[in-house]
Design a protein around this ligand. Structure first.
Ligand code: SF4
Length: 512
């Protein structure tokens, strides 16, 4: 029996075979393979005991910890085992990275394939499941939060249909306790709560997780100093976790059997920095600490500029890679390129290239990505297509940049603009708006992705040899994409086949 259940849908309650990047597959539309096989490849079921999952997403673990610290009887429950717990529970708390598939990768796939992505379908299945409906009928209170809470603004009809009492948008540790207390006392709940910076929890108010997080992810800081206009993180307060706090969470994961982990920050190399220059000594200490508990590790996000600045300054990346690459051959991180156009970068992300000049952004990207590869890092990179200020000349610059990245071992994922952050009142971008140039951009990224995807896959499971049994599925997946794309004329076998409009090339800038 448990008073407060925290859960999410099947695609989120997965550690993606211990490979975080595979989780992106759950944002896709399962059109190439049967849905069950797709789920197995990208979001297999989590190990559980009596319906209590071994690992759960870090955000859910934080709220669980806050409630336990406040004296509540709260636990994360696997969505397939709600039946065992829900009849006695008084509050059901939901979290999701992408409730309705409106996030950049899902909405891009949905827009191209004109079908609902897997994660959205899976969440709808959870809400329409018999245990959830039964509990709602009985009067259970439902509170939804997490990084995609903003999406409920577009689906208030489903709030009513599924009986969601409250949606919390923003950092939830403090407010969750207050709302649960109200729910337990049968007091009225607010429909929407939007947390601002002043209400964000201080470091002391952020609890340490009590149980294992998915893929051993531990947060090292919150917020980001770069302030890109399209990003919701921009609006968050900056806080760096002290080593002791980080170590406590590493210990929780280690104690529960997690041996591979992820350091989470919007820009891991800027841990402890407020001036765009990495603090290498702090980073070395941080990585040595993580390696005390984790055999292999990865970064959630990193910026090209920080990696490059740190290397130029005091060999930051080379020194970190010596620590990281003990017991592993490579590590990954999500890295934002967003555009190859310095003009557009100046408008939407004027600090992204710092400490370098924004006019040198394409060179920062190419040099930074090359450096990452040299040091054993494989980035999953993002581009934004259809930004409100985007002009044809910007798309050309981005195509040129991807062309320069042809041999970089990376995935470059173009995603349609989603109105978030300071641009949240702007229009969505849809596939039917695609210009010829934007289609060219998608084609070159797809060609690059197929080519580099195969290269990456060859070494993808070296740290977990037992996963080689499922390796053929991914190979067939890439082969299928390649075959279909080629048949439809979406794939180039040779970069020289790409015909770019005549443009005047500028001389490469020297990055100082
Ligand atoms: S996009 Fe990345 S670098 Fe820019 S503000 Fe957001 S987290 Fe920071």
């Amino acid at each position: 029996m448990v008073d407060i259940i925290l859960t999410t849908d099947r695609t989120m309650m997965s550690n993606h075979h211990g490979k975080e990047f595979l989780g992106f597959g759950a944002t896709g539309v399962p059109v190439l393979l049967p849905e069950k096989l797709w789920m197995y490849m990208f979001a297999p079921k989590m190990k559980q005991k009596n319906g209590i999952p071994w690992q759960a997403s870090y955000g859910i673990r934080k709220i669980e910890a806050a409630l336990i610290d406040a004296g509540f009887d709260a636990s994360v429950v696997d969505p397939d085992y709600l039946d065992r717990y829900i009849d006695d529970a008084k509050v059901l708390m939901l979290s999701h990275h992408d409730y309705f598939g409106f996030g950049p990768p899902s909405s891009t796939f949905a827009s191209i394939f004109k079908e609902e992505p897997l994660n959205a379908r899976s969440f709808a299945n959870l809400m329409n499941s018999e245990p959830v409906r039964r509990a709602k009928k009985r009067g259970i209170k439902i509170i939804a939060g997490g990084p995609s809470a903003w999406q409920w603004n577009y689906r208030k009809d489903l709030m009513d249909e599924w009986g969601i009492d409250t949606v919390v948008d923003g950092e939830g540790e403090k407010i969750a306790v207050e709302l649960v207390r109200k729910a337990m006392n049968n007091e009225e709940l607010p429909r929407f709560v939007v947390m601002n910076n002043r209400e964000a929890p201080s470091l002391e108010e952020i609890p340490e997780i009590k149980h294992a997080s998915i893929n051993g992810l531990v947060e090292i800081m919150r917020g980001c100093i770069r302030g890109c206009k399209f990003c919701s993180v921009t609006l968050r307060a900056l806080r760096f976790y002290p080593f002791e706090k980080i170590e406590k969470e590493l210990q929780v994961n280690y104690r529960e059997g997690v041996r591979n982990g992820i350091l989470h920050a919007e820009d891991v190399p800027l841990y402890g920095s407020t001036d765009y220059y990495p603090k290498t000594d702090k980073l070395i200490k941080l990585h040595e600490l993580a390696k005390k508990y984790y055999k292999t590790m990865a970064w959630s996000h990193a910026s090209l500029a920080a990696v490059l600045a740190g290397e130029k300054n005091d060999k930051m990346l080379s020194r970190l890679s010596e620590i990281i690459l003990k017991d592993q051959d490579w590590w990954g991180a999500e890295v934002g390129i967003e555009t190859g156009s310095p003009r557009l970068a100046e408008i939407i992300m004027p600090n992204k290239a710092k400490p370098f000049e924004t006019r040198n952004w394409p060179d920062v990207v190419v040099e930074g990505a090359g450096l990452m590869n040299d040091q054993g890092m494989i980035p999953a990179m993002t581009l934004i297509v259809g930004l409100p200020e985007e002009k044809e000349e910007d798309v050309i610059k981005t195509i040129e940049l991807v062309e320069r990245m042809w041999d970089i071992k990376a995935i470059i994922m173009p995603m349609f603009f989603v109105p978030m952050g300071l641009l949240k009142n702007r229009d969505w971008y849809r596939a039917y708006n695609l210009s010829e140039l934007q289609q060219e951009l998608l084609k070159i990224c797809l060609s690059h992705g197929v080519r580099q995807g195969k290269r990456i896959l060859k070494g993808y499971f070296t740290d977990r040899p037992y996963l080689y049994t499922i390796y053929p599925f991914y190979w067939i997946f890439i082969e299928t994409i390649q075959r279909i794309a080629k048949r439809n004329g979406y794939l180039y076998t040779d970069i020289s086949e790409i015909k770019l409009p005549e443009i005047k090339k500028t001389e490469d800038q020297i990055i100082s």
